[in-house]
Write a protein that binds this ligand. Structure first.
Ligand code: GAL
Length: 377
């Protein structure tokens, strides 16, 4: 009798302890534990809601080293606070020569649900093993369930043989007069004019355009768009995806040619698309850039960075350095946009911090200030 009482007490104490592993203690600028107390290893990713559950996908990064040894992680949560590690959504391959062979680089995975095919589709930036960042491909994977395992479909450059939808015959003829190999000196006004003419489009026309940092946006009508840093990270491309989200339709447009925008994050509010990007300084933080447009196809108007206000309590990082972070996704939380970012830790990439900040509007423009508390807490 006594023994069973003690057992029951022990069970109750354990349950209480388990219940108090409440990650609502997650604070911006600190490590974020999952329900097992491990820092959430899902970087450069996104969050979707399916049924009553949120799924958080991201790069599973090593503590030491740089290349992808595991794949893309997935975590689940009912409340955006307590995150359970669901393991590996897309695994690297142990097959030599596979596009996703262990030691490749998988970055910025984004998972979306296709209501027509009832599949979960993952797009990510892929670099082939042993080739640094030269492959510059986008890759596709697909799954019937949100936790995966996702099946790798293929990797590719984008829009091979296609010109942007706004390029008429004259513009195409002009682009064909350019020669990227002739420019030893970059950043001159003459060089910039050639980039705007489509110098890199022409250079990469046959094999397809480069694709590195990227996101996927699903519009209200279910159409999906891939937004990527292309042309040596100089120019963004917005490309329409096919109905199954597993290919490109060939309709695309350049955004800010020569503007060096990375880490594209997008949301739409009251009919306006807002695009928030970073500059191009690797893992080091820089000043964010913002664009807005009434149509996904532009014209996109550039505005000042939306980051404002006092420095972060994290290492005193200022607003003009995006508080030390680089964006990864804009999530809708209770109908309000939240900017998700990574504070990279290049020495220990798995330990890179997560940062979620609410996007508010002031004078009709997005504004993002530092808060220690995470939205929804
Ligand atoms: C950043 C980019 C990251 C990663 C890194 C590598 O600019 O946003 O996704 O590619 O460079 O240095």
């Amino acid at each position: 009798m006594k023994k069973t009482k003690i057992q029951a007490w022990l069970v109750a104490a354990l349950l209480l302890l388990a219940g108090t592993t409440d990650t609502s203690a997650q604070v911006n600028g600190q490590l974020w534990p999952d329900v097992d107390g491990q820092h959430i290893n899902a970087h450069g990713g996104n969050i979707i809601k399916h049924g009553d559950t949120y799924y958080w996908y991201g790069e599973n990064r090593p503590y030491r080293g740089f290349t992808t040894e595991v794949g893309v992680s997935v975590y689940s949560s009912a409340d955006l606070r307590k995150w359970k590690n669901e393991g590996v959504a897309l695994s690297v391959s142990s097959e030599p020569g596979s596009d996703i062979e262990r030691g490749c680089i998988m970055e910025r995975p984004k998972v979306v649900y296709n209501a027509k095919t009832r599949k979960f589709v993952m797009l990510f930036h892929l670099e082939l093993k042993g080739r640094g960042y030269e492959a510059a491909r986008v890759a596709f994977a697909v799954s019937d369930t949100p936790e995966g395992p996702f099946t790798f479909v293929r990797s590719t450059r984008v829009n091979a043989g296609k010109w942007p939808r706004s390029f008429d015959e004259q513009a195409i003829a002009r682009a064909k007069t350019t020669d990227a190999s002739a420019w030893k000196e970059w950043w001159t006004p003459a060089w910039r004019a050639e980039v705007e003419k489509g110098m890199y489009l022409w250079r990469d026309m046959q094999g397809g355009q480069m694709s590195r940092d990227m996101t996927v946006y699903i519009d209200d009508d279910g159409r999906a768009y891939h937004i990527t840093s292309s042309q040596e990270n100089l120019t963004l491309l917005v490309s329409e995806l096919t109905d199954d989200y597993l290919d490109f339709t060939g309709r695309y447009e350049m955004v800010a040619p020569g503007g060096q925008n990375e880490a594209p994050c997008i949301f739409k509010q009251d009919g306006t698309y807002w695009l928030i990007c970073s500059g191009c300084t690797g893992w080091a933080p820089n000043e964010a850039r913002m664009f807005c447009s009434k149509s996904i196809w532009g014209p996109w108007k550039q505005l000042p960075s939306p980051f404002a206000g006092p420095n972060a309590s994290y290492r005193d990082m200022p607003a003009n350095k995006t508080f030390g972070a680089q964006g990864t996704y804009i999530m809708q939380m209770g109908g309000k946009p939240v900017f998700m970012a990574d504070i990279w830790n290049p020495r220990h990439l798995s330990q890179s911090l997560h940062l979620w900040l609410p996007i508010t509007f002031e004078d009709g423009r997005p504004r993002i200030v530092w808060t220690d508390t995470v939205p929804g807490r």
